[in-house]
Design a protein around this ligand. Structure first.
Ligand code: ZN
Length: 497
């Protein structure tokens, strides 16, 4: 991010969060009085039910693969196949994509689907480039990559680096999603689709999302996946985004992580028909260049602490936004402002309405009007791994819960309450995009990559209990995106998928 006053910023790091942070939500129906249930599952007792928040438990480690796949088809030939598990996943993805598109393509484009028939090529550092689709000059151009070659109607992937790396980091289903994206380009060739690169990349992501929905819901799919697999696949998408600060008209642009995830989710929700309608300018990319040279130097990251740090700057920005926005969504009613935020250490949790609050790392106390956060472990770890806007997003979700409380919204479940709060956080984020009129002169403005940081922190891998309380990261990212793209008005209608 940028701090507008002098020259500083806030912003992001290009790295995906590797430390899992559980954030969020709410144990209770926002704003209710005594007698509400404490958050189910995890330890903390919310006492009187006025505290909602997050039991943020940083954990490390990779994801547990949960995907199961059918035995790979025997009649599918992969040139250079090393016989790895990853290639079996890829073979299943290819077989499933061919079948699924044979049904989808005619329905949307009004003509039969021609199967991809130019061959499938698995390569590694020792592979020859001779005979490879689209004739790469060196094998290095192919390593760490996967591509569809339109002239040869063929698909190529790195079986030593990219695919096993993605599988190790983001789960065994993620290589299949990469294939689904490449298939999107094969579809574009068949549909004679033409648009700026950033739009064709997002359309391919949208097609991939539509296919993943089929995998998730249709009994005849060759995979069985869980919501964890979905969250991991989205995290994998983020890892493949363009470098922050590149612009959407860059000929090689794939879109920011936020853009790509949004397109994927649009396909997942709305299906191939909507993806087929993508055009230049629709969807609008949320991608912008660094605005100042010092922003490039810091990669757009404000410090964590101090008067120019994100902790001190995020809260005034949230206060200013909600002071102006709340009356618009509350029929003119003024927002009851929050008090000063309360950082706390492991042994010094604050009280809320007289009750000692233990077990939470981040929460909002409605009666006493404050947001509290663990500034010893949780917030520094989030900042280190996720960037400044990951931290700011956590604070914003707590304000979002407070907004529900102030509106007397009574969500039907903890999960819904979390999602609505995430949506309000997104509406605040949209208000500090570059070029948006700011309510104060010394506020903060998003840097390239900040929205990706929000996606990253909302996707954090959490315990099953947290997931039950807060919903899958997939839904949280979607809710945040609704707030960014449609504003606070749309938030009360957000629901779990
Ligand atoms: Zn692509």
């Amino acid at each position: 991010m940028i701090h507008l006053a002098p020259a500083r910023r806030f912003g992001l790091t290009a790295v995906l969060l590797s430390v899992a942070v559980t954030v969020a939500a709410c144990g209770v129906t926002a704003g209710s009085g005594a007698g509400q249930a404490a958050p189910s599952g995890t330890k903390p007792k919310a006492g009187n039910g006025d505290v909602v928040g997050s039991d943020v438990v940083p954990t490390t480690g990779t994801t547990t693969p949960s995907t199961t796949t059918a035995p790979p088809p025997t009649d599918l030939a992969i040139k250079g196949d090393d016989g790895s598990e990853t290639n079996k996943t890829v073979a299943n993805a290819i077989a499933d994509l061919q079948t699924w598109w044979a049904g989808q393509f005619p329905a949307v484009y009004g003509k039969p689907y021609q199967p991809v028939s130019g061959g499938f090529f698995a390569v590694g550092p020792g592979s020859s480039t001779i005979g490879l689709p689209c004739s790469p000059d060196t094998i290095d151009q192919v390593l760490d990559n996967a591509y569809y070659c339109p002239t040869d109607d063929a698909v190529v992937w790195d079986q030593d680096g990219l695919m096993p790396d993605l599988a190790a980091k983001y789960g065994t289903f993620t290589p299949a999603v990469v294939l689904a994206h490449e298939w999107g380009h094969a579809i574009q060739e068949r549909a004679q689709f033409s648009a700026a690169t950033v739009i064709s990349e997002q359309q391919a992501d949208c097609f991939a999302g539509a296919w993943v929905k089929h995998v998730k819901t249709d009994d005849d799919a060759r995979f069985r996946i869980t919501t964890d697999d979905l969250d991991n696949a989205l995290a994998g998408f983020l890892s493949l985004r363009d470098a922050p600060g590149s612009t959407a008209d860059d000929p090689n642009a794939h879109g920011s992580g936020f853009d790509r995830v949004r397109a994927f989710q649009e396909g997942f929700e709305s299906g191939v028909q909507r993806c087929s309608e993508y055009r230049d300018g629709d969807p609008k990319p949320y991608q912008f260049p660094f605005s100042r040279t010092d922003e490039v130097e810091t990669n757009g990251d404000l410090p964590l602490e101090g008067k120019d740090g994100i902790i001190d700057l995020a809260f005034p920005s949230l206060d200013a936004y909600w002071k102006a926005e709340f009356p618009k969504i509350a029929g003119g009613k003024a927002w009851d402002p929050m008090g000063d935020p309360r950082p706390f250490g492991p042994t010094t949790p604050p009280t809320c309405d007289g009750d000692k609050i233990e077990g939470y790392r981040l929460f909002v106390c409605f009666p006493d009007r404050y947001v509290a956060f663990d500034d010893t472990d949780t917030i520094p770890a989030t900042y280190k791994d996720g960037g400044d806007f990951a931290v700011a997003t956590l604070f914003a979700t707590q304000y979002g819960l407070d907004i529900e409380s102030q509106l007397d919204e009574v969500p039907s479940s903890e999960v819904t309450a979390t999602l609505i709060g995430d949506c309000y956080a997104g509406s605040w984020a949209a208000s500090i995009l570059p070029g948006v009129q700011q309510p104060t002169e010394d506020g903060i403005v998003l840097s390239p990559g900040d929205l990706d940081e929000a996606v990253g922190v909302l996707l954090q891998f959490r315990s099953d209990d947290d997931r039950k309380r807060q919903g899958p990261g997939f839904d949280r990212v979607h809710a945040f995106g609704v707030g960014v793209t449609k504003g606070a008005d749309a938030c009360p209608d957000v629901r779990p998928s």
